[in-house]
Design a protein around this ligand. Structure first.
Ligand code: CO
Length: 235
């Protein structure tokens, strides 16, 4: 093949690629128009109601993975679920983003349920379980390695790698539920009201079904002594 031909082929390929990219983007805008039409056909007042405000009962803290969208998984509508997502649904007590979402959800929206929702086959958990370097994200995944360390007695005994991964997904959710309970935000809310529950879920991508890990927390009762906080004197 001549140099010219190779050059021509590669320019055609890159043109095809850029058209595909443009099409993919246009599909999103078209998808939006289709969605608006569907909703308006169902209820001409839909967007007026949506614009009026939100009163969600649930805060969902889930993985950024594109396969686990909060509304679809729970068959809920816009306005019903307040959402925070990050890689591997980690709740770190120094993460201002997570804390701000949690504080707003608990103290302003007064949500009744906070759900930490992990999923089997989580790439973030798999990466944390490996020894490979992935870049900046390694620092985020460190939190999951810490979960492993807390449960290494149990996890080290599991020889099947996929079972080990599934179990680390579950243990990570449980630890994040515990992390939320340790925050002043949740502990102070429990002092004021009894209707706030923190739950841990895992979604099975192969069936779509949610497994409730039955770790629901409704008070600081089971928190280790070191994490229990007295009432604030500055409030
Ligand atoms: Co994930």
């Amino acid at each position: 093949m001549s140099k010219e031909n190779i050059k021509k082929m590669s320019s055609e390929l890159s043109q095809e690629k850029s058209e595909k990219q443009k099409r993919g983007y246009q599909e999103l805008l078209q998808g939006n128009r289709d969605w608006v039409k569907t909703e308006l056909d169902r209820d001409p007042d839909y967007f007026n109601k949506l614009a009026a405000g939100q009163e969600p009962d649930v805060l969902w803290i889930g993985c950024s993975d594109s396969r686990v969208p909060a509304n679809e998984v729970t068959n809920t509508r816009p306005g019903q679920v307040f959402v925070h997502r990050n890689i591997a649904n980690v709740c770190v007590h120094s993460d201002m983003n997570m804390l701000s979402v949690l504080d707003y959800a608990v103290n302003v929206l007064k949500v009744k349920h906070v759900i930490v929702s992990g999923h089997y086959g989580c790439g973030g958990i798999a990466a944390a379980l490996s020894n490979q370097q992935f870049g900046l994200i390694d620092n985020w995944l460190r939190h999951i390695k810490d979960v492993y360390r807390l449960h290494s007695n149990e996890l080290d005994r599991i020889t099947d790698e996929s079972i080990k991964l599934d179990r680390l997904v579950e243990l990570n959710v449980i630890e994040q539920v515990y992390n939320l309970c340790k925050t002043t935000i949740v502990q102070n809310a429990w002092r004021e009201r009894e209707d706030l529950e923190i739950h841990g879920w895992v979604i099975d991508l192969k069936t779509g079904l949610v497994k409730d890990l039955q770790v629901t927390a409704k008070s600081s009762e089971n928190l280790g002594k070191i994490f229990k906080l007295d009432e604030s004197k500055v409030r």
